[in-house]
Design a binder for this molecule. Sequence first.
Ligand code: NAD
Length: 484
Amino acid sequence: MHKRETLYIDGEWRLPHGKRVIDVVNPATEKVSGCAPEANHADVDAAVGAARRSFDSGVWAGTAMSERTELLSRALDILQSRLGEIAPLVTEEMGCPVTLSGMICQDAVNTGRFYLDVASELRLSEIRRGNNLAAVVKEPLGVVASISAWNGPFAMALGKLIPPLVAGCSVVFKPAPETPLDAYIIAEALHVAGLPAGVFNLVTGGADTGRAMVVHPGIDKVSFTGSTAAGREIGAECGHNLKRVQLELGGKSAAIVAADAEIGTTVAGLAIGGFFNTGQVCAAFSRVLVPSARYDEITQALCAAAQSFVLGDPMSPETTMGPLVSESQRARVEGYIAKGQQEGATLLTGGRRPVLLERGWYIEPTVFGNVDNRMTIAREEIFGPVVSVITYNDLEDAIAIANDSDYGLHGGVFTTSDGVAREVANRVRTGTFSVNKFMYNTEAPFGGVKTSGVGRDTGREAVESYLELKTINITPSMEAMYNS
Ligand code: NAD
């Protein structure tokens, strides 16, 4: 039992003001495996106050970049040494097979190091001439409220923490209530590495804790990963108070299978794109657009790929698909499966709870055929292992269907023609796009357009998004100070 009773505020482990606790339930066993406090307004106020004081004092924001990268590198070393406990903990929290958790957590540490390298190379000031001599400097943006989702908790946390911290910001971080436990290990690592008090603060809790962070006047920027519904509320609040905001939200991404696509590459990409992490991936290829002439071939191969997943104990190395994160998430996914059938889509495979697994919030990988893009399962984000296959007439039609979505996070094309790949990649309106693969490149910017969000996580751009520009009109004698 992983029992956490404290919050990390102002460099110390503090008992919360409130008495409420959130239980962490293992989605494979349905048993409580841990708990963490539900931080209330007073806790959030203390955390933001500590972050504000640390930022305004310059204890971190005022240090040299080299000092910050050195300290954060020590924290990443500590996390690297604890990956053997972090990966199974993530699996206990959200059900991802432990082999995948291991890979994802290792990638997260590597990506953290990438951010440190990028930050060391950033040019933080330059001279502009024009009608007046000016220095343009990039300064740490301020106090960041960082709120994340449960579907890749450790990786998401590091991705939301290392960029603002290396940029010199102070952070109040809230993990999702389903997965608060691994964030404690990150807090421990930052503490042991010697991060000054108040620069990083951990509060745990649900939407109300998050809301208290967003509305707090001490916050300069909100960095949020989660649903579009919550993103709209946060965006409205930040807009009203002119806080900076970065929103990484939902998706309903389309993979276009071109007439010339190679079947092996295509189905491998579609299977990962649709079913990786039990389909609980914002960028998932949940719509698959196929030419009418290849409908039977693609759907048969995709169903065979879906049926080849091994569902079971996520702690077993044989398991390739774990349960959904929670009972309510399974109910939601089952609701969409029922809706798909009611609206006339053909259930080609899956759609049920696996009969051999008595416990756990499992659902079989599911493929719907004969889906019309106007059906609910083609329009709304399901966030489960459910793929909708839609036929198209020609490439124009395919691009139009792909773009006929409120979302714009990710998209893909499978083709043997580089020309077709480029044409489709240019014309599908998304923030990220993949050719002949399902790919997430943490060294490049990731994010969405339309209701999939605002701003970009990952890449050099992630670090830069926590810097604010300032123009200083200077005298000629000052030029050398800024010409870095
Ligand atoms: P969610 O919006 O319910 O919750 C996400 C986080 O926000 C949690 O920590 C939650 O406690 C908090 N929260 C909820 N409402 C809030 C509010 N009004 N104000 C402040 N905080 C609030 O989302 P979820 O169900 O946990 O996560 C799944 C969603 O996240 C999916 O829509 C998925 O596509 C999206 N997601 C997006 C990305 C991306 O990079 N674009 C990555 C992962 C997940």
